[in-house]
Design a protein around this ligand. Sequence first.
Ligand SMILES: Nc1ncnc2c1ncn2[C@@H]1O[C@H](COP(=O)(O)OP(=O)(O)OP(=O)(O)O)[C@@H](O)[C@H]1O
Ligand SMILES: [Mg+2]
Length: 261
Amino acid sequence: MIEFIDVHKSFGKHPVLDGINFRIERGETFAIIGRSGCGKSVTLKHMVGLLAPDKGTVIVDGDDVPSADSGTMDKIRLKFGFLFQSGALLNSLNVSDNIALPLREHKLIPESEVPLRVSEALTMLGLKQLEKVMPAELSGGMKKRVALARAIIARPEIILYDEPTTGLDPIMSNVINDLIIQMKKTFNVTSVVVTHDMKSTFKVADRIVLLYEGKIFRTGTPQEFQASADPYIKQFVDGASDGPFKDEDEEKLKKASDKLS
Ligand SMILES: Nc1ncnc2c1ncn2[C@@H]1O[C@H](COP(=O)(O)OP(=O)(O)OP(=O)(O)O)[C@@H](O)[C@H]1O
Ligand SMILES: [Mg+2]
């Protein structure tokens, strides 16, 4: 369903993706993990053509994304639901109208059926009381759920979840994990989940890739990651501050705090 072939991407002199290759099968839930700033969101944006590779390419369901003309691009984008890391709600629209946006924008169903479809999504995500509320009045976790409802409302074939459980309480995180699993079971959705939440990763993913310094550092199933003796994977999975993963910022912070004490 999605294939990355030798994808390179730099911003200025800073290489972010340095030869990324993977294939995501239809119906698969594919998790991308890695340290902050390693290029996870950038990877997702390449899938929908929001960013184009400097070298290499991205194929979605047989179409070459970077070279797609605008008609093909529209067709590609319609396959996707995208939960942006920032949520990206429209501040001028209330909760219901934000969620209905993809349906109305592309006239995917008759207007008379929109309220029922939106109402189902509101119920599914525990937002029933909030339908008329404006985004500015919502907590971070509520905004996340509204953005998620909007990402799934058009029943896309592929859903990109950028940190779906970040900022949610443990109960709501579990609701979201179950929803990701449910979307796969019911609609055979292909899912790409970017997350720092290892519990969620192990619960929802069929396969995990760990990005590091612009490359795929490790690939495996949740079982393989959990059982791994690899010190890099263990450090990541256990969230230990000490281990082979180091970065300059951490070194600087440590020096600064050593000076203080
Ligand atoms: N549009 C852009 N212009 C310039 N630099 C960018 C752009 N988008 C991303 N970057 C840079 O690319 C790198 C990777 O960013 P990205 O957002 O993919 O990180 P991430 O892995 O999603 O991190 P986080 O876990 O913090 O969300 C960062 O150094 C970021 O500053
Ligand atoms: Mg990100």
